[in-house]
Design a protein around this ligand. Sequence first.
Ligand SMILES: *Cc1c(COP(=O)(O)O)cnc(C)c1O
Length: 232
Amino acid sequence: MQTIAERLDNARKSIKDATINAQRNVDSVQLLAVSKTKLVSEITQAYKHGHRMFGENYIQEGVSKVKEMSAMADIEWHMIGPIQSNKTKDVATYFDWVQSIDRVKIAKRLNDQRPESLPNLNVCIQVNIDDEPTKSGVSVNEVDTLINEIKTMPRLSLRGFMAIPKADAELQTQIASFKKMQGLFTDYSKLHAEFDTLSLGMSNDMNLAIQHGSTMVRLGTAIFGARSYSNN
Ligand SMILES: *Cc1c(COP(=O)(O)O)cnc(C)c1O
């Protein structure tokens, strides 16, 4: 069995290879290690191997890890799961990024609750690119309104988009949604110079994502191995 350190090395190499294949700059894609359901001891192994960006899906679980690992103060914690409005205070207090913004109400609460002692909260709008009824995120035609609302919120820094293209689609269908997401990001980056993040791609579709402009892949299984349970 591979260690977490070995898997991290492999993932870094795969990302590098994919950027070269896509004729992109080798450092144009960041790696977010998705540590949901994984233990603090496992995250610590990745930390000791030099990794600093971790993503969590479940608020309670994520907050308890952030607290427990507070001595590793240079970790950048990303919330990538759905946010209930009664949990926004914890998210605003303990996370550095929220990639799963899908309504004004949540953005507004995060803005109001971001502690003054902390820098702005970095946020991405989650786009439901394939209009899947079971998935969170706004549809493409709602993006504009949400951007304009968020841009009035002084404690949030809007960095771009996050999406989870449909996993089980035919390759051509999958490519079509990656292209759509890339086009959306390109268009809005022209309007909003501060947009620098297209969070796209997971363990199974990372290469396709990097071919289509992803600037951040979110890898869980590839780094930490299969998840033995899910609390969702
Ligand atoms: C779980 C999860 C991931 C990681 O998925 P893997 O297939 O294990 O790489 C990435 N993004 C989101 C939003 C997730 O919920």
